[in-house]
Design a protein around this ligand. Structure first.
Ligand code: ATP
Ligand code: SF4
Ligand code: MG
Length: 354
């Protein structure tokens, strides 16, 4: 098969749809079960981007690992994740080999973990291509050269080993690898966290550009709400292992219904508007509850400035306002909460009480 034929085959692969439903993950630890993710659900329509946000430890990477079949052995896993209708949760190793890179590809937080130190980067990309497509080495190598060009790396460096690359170059090499088979679904877990700020924006711009060009589907995990606002049609906000709010990005970030989303938004620096006073940075006081024994009511109650007695005893139901959903007892008071959440005093009082 020639490179042109391979490229045509890969270009014909459609973008994938992913429907995650009731996903729960329980790690087995020396101290007992740890419920890292509970009853998480979301849908990524084909050809769209979904941003998964929430502070450190809320379970974002656990969701991604569950989807890629990368959880440690013995981890409790329930729910479904339908990739174009096929459940990809808990597949056997053989079945997984068919899905990974080919139908769903991953760009991780640390590129080093995705690359094998003992093979050249070119050999690894060639290997991945040939595991799924009936092509000779020369054609696969030519495809790898094209992918390197796409991410801005010189083809001559394909023969080098991962340790010979800088952090930014390794991250680009992993992106090249993830794009090599034109998988319909891309999972990007903090793809730029390990890089310096200039490299971060360069790499993010590259992922966005490539993505828009190829019209793939993507789940983008990030701490950076500004990146989600620019890149993702849908936003899912997680807190302490659960989805607390989800919906179209404009609504979730523009008119949040959940106090945690309101707080998260305040915790991010806004772009300064010329002439306007700088928005003070508010951070959410307190820490995420221990998920070895989650609190009985709303998991955010210990940090929420609007918590009432009901919140501490009863888990909130999911309330929907059109496609926007939030798990809070008082979504009907969201407008009042938004106004209060914009004031630093609201959160400062919490800090004083904590
Ligand atoms: N293999 C494991 N065994 C036990 N607990 C784990 C394991 N991996 C993760 N955890 C715990 O599960 C919780 C969720 O972790 P996870 O890595 O999914 O969070 P995250 O949202 O990706 O955080 P970050 O933003 O820091 O990457 C954390 O409390 C973490 O300590
Ligand atoms: S349910 Fe109560 S504690 Fe939880 S976010 Fe809503 S108001 Fe705050
Ligand atoms: Mg993570």
């Amino acid at each position: 098969m020639s490179l042109a034929e391979l490229n045509a085959r890969l270009a014909a692969k459609p973008a994938a749809e992913l429907r995650v439903d009731g996903l729960s993950v329980t790690y087995n630890t020396a101290r007992g079960p740890f419920h890292a993710v509970e009853d998480v659900g979301f849908t990524v329509p084909a050809g769209t981007n979904l941003g998964l946000v929430g502070e450190s430890g809320c379970g974002k990477s656990t969701v991604v690992k569950a989807l890629m079949g990368l959880l440690p052995e013995g981890t409790g896993l329930t729910g479904r994740a339908l990739l174009d209708g096929d459940d990809i949760l808990g597949l056997t190793d053989d079945a997984l080999r068919d899905v990974r890179w080919n139908r769903i590809a991953l760009i991780t937080q640390s590129a080093m973990n995705s690359l094998d130190p003992v093979y050249s980067i070119g050999d690894q990309i060639v290997e991945a291509i040939r595991a799924h497509e009936p092509v000779g080495r020369a054609t696969a190598w030519a495809r790898a050269e094209e992918m390197f060009a796409l991410v801005g790396l010189p083809a001559a460096r394909l023969t080098e080993f991962p340790h010979m690359f800088s952090g930014g170059m390794r991250q680009r090499a992993v992106i090249a690898m993830a794009l090599a088979l034109n998988a319909g679904m891309l999972l990007a877990d903090e793809p730029t966290t390990a890089l310096d700020p200039i490299m971060q924006s360069q790499i993010m711009a590259r992922i966005r550009g490539i993505h828009a060009h190829m019209r793939r589907s993507m789940v983008l995990v990030t701490h950076d709400i500004a990146v989600v606002a620019e890149t993702c049609e849908t936003t899912v906000v997680m807190y302490a292992g659960k989805v607390v709010e989800s919906g179209p990005t404009g609504q979730v970030l523009g008119r949040p219904l959940h106090p945690y989303t309101m707080g998260l938004q305040n915790a991010f620096p806004r772009l300064p508007v010329r002439g306007a006073p700088r928005q003070p940075l508010i951070s959410i006081p307190g820490v995420v509850p221990n998920l070895a024994s989650p609190p009985p009511g709303c998991r955010f109650a210990g940090r929420c400035p609007f918590a009432a007695d009901l919140c501490r005893t009863t888990p909130p139901p999911v309330a929907a306002a059109g496609p926007q959903q939030a798990a809070c007892h008082f979504t009907d008071r969201a407008e009042e909460f938004r106004a209060a959440a914009a004031l630093p005093e609201t959160w400062r009082k919490m800090r004083a009480a904590a």
